[in-house]
Design a protein around this ligand. Structure first.
Ligand SMILES: [Zn+2]
Length: 318
């Protein structure tokens, strides 16, 4: 019998309240429900503990976002607008509060880790975050959950934070946050910007000034398979971690690179997410034991999403 590690899932039914319009929009509340149903029905259910997040405070949000964006977002919601800037960014009456709660999942998870009240934390949350910029929403994202988590960790004295992003899309907002500073590392594997949203994340974007070398973009072509992507984790990703020696790792865990998910042309299987998690867990044990936090980003084909998250958590729990 393998001794499995307990997984703590930070989530809340209020995260379903962000209403994206009920039409063709792929970022639907049902995403979170199918994942919980899959986990509750499967072999991991007995090893999962659920915890509710506290919303991020304005001070925690403005560690990355501008006050002007917070006001503009809140005002748009209160005035009954149905989207901000682009129809990708659909909103309803609860979207501002839901986005604050979503940004709070990572903070709550970090506090649990730092107090030794959790071993492995997965934030099952929406709206997602990695496209959100300091002063604007972008690509279904309003507050940058991973950056806000990283800033919180840094406020607790863990300066050297790595965000590893395996979502099929480049996390332009995370790059914006980190590209001029030496203490943070952003590693992203994503579909090549020539073919994919949002068109950033070229290999030549390395970071600027003091941040030179702390942005590692690994764009991959449409059709990229499990073996090809795992080669990147075992090669350039591990090399970057060895050089940087992180004090904590935040994973931007997006599952839209799955072959069944038409939000990208990548061709990952469900099982690759177990392999990702096993490697990420090994990195945590080597570089920063007890300081690994995963936050849900994309993943839109509901069956593939639920099964892929289960595979990922299975890999994390060993
Ligand atoms: Zn994505």
């Amino acid at each position: 019998m393998i001794d499995r590690q307990q997984i703590t899932i930070v989530t809340d039914s209020s995260l379903l309240d962000h209403d994206t319009g009920g039409g063709e929009h792929p970022e639907v509340p049902r995403r979170l429900e199918v994942i919980m149903e899959q986990l509750n029905a499967g072999p991991l259910s007995s090893g999962i503990q659920r915890t509710h997040p506290d919303p991020a405070t304005r001070k925690q949000l403005t560690a990355f976002h501008t006050e002007a964006w917070l006001f503009r977002f809140e005002e748009a919601v209160l005035s009954g607008k149905t989207y901000i800037d682009h129809t990708d960014n659909q909103i309803g009456y609860s979207s501002f509060e839901t986005a604050m709660l979503s940004a709070g999942t990572g903070i709550t998870g970090i506090n649990l880790l730092e107090n030794s009240e959790a071993a492995d934390v997965f934030c099952l949350t929406r709206p997602p975050g990695h496209h959100a910029e300091p002063n604007m929403p972008f690509g279904f994202c309003f507050f940058n959950n991973c950056v806000i988590a990283a800033r919180h960790w840094q406020s607790l004295g863990r300066q050297r934070i790595c965000v590893f992003d395996f979502d099929a899309h480049h996390g332009n907002g995370i790059q914006t946050a980190f590209e001029k500073e030496a203490d943070s590392l952003y590693i992203s594997i994503h579909e090549h910007p020539s073919f994919s949203y949002p068109g950033t994340g070229w290999a030549e974007e390395h970071g600027q000034g003091e941040g030179a070398g702390t942005i590692v973009n690994l764009p991959v072509n449409p059709g990229t398979s499990d073996d090809q992507v795992l080669g990147l984790l075992d090669g350039p990703v591990l090399d970057s971690l060895e050089q940087f020696e992180p004090e904590a790792i935040v994973v931007a865990a997006g599952f839209d690179g799955h072959i069944a998910d038409d939000m990208s042309g990548l061709a990952y299987s469900t099982g690759v997410y177990r392999e990702f998690a096993q490697r990420i867990k090994a990195w945590e044990q080597r570089f920063c034991p007890g300081r690994l936090l995963s936050i849900l980003e994309g993943g839109y084909e509901l069956t593939a999403l639920a099964e892929s998250v289960e595979a990922y958590l299975d890999g994390l729990s060993g």
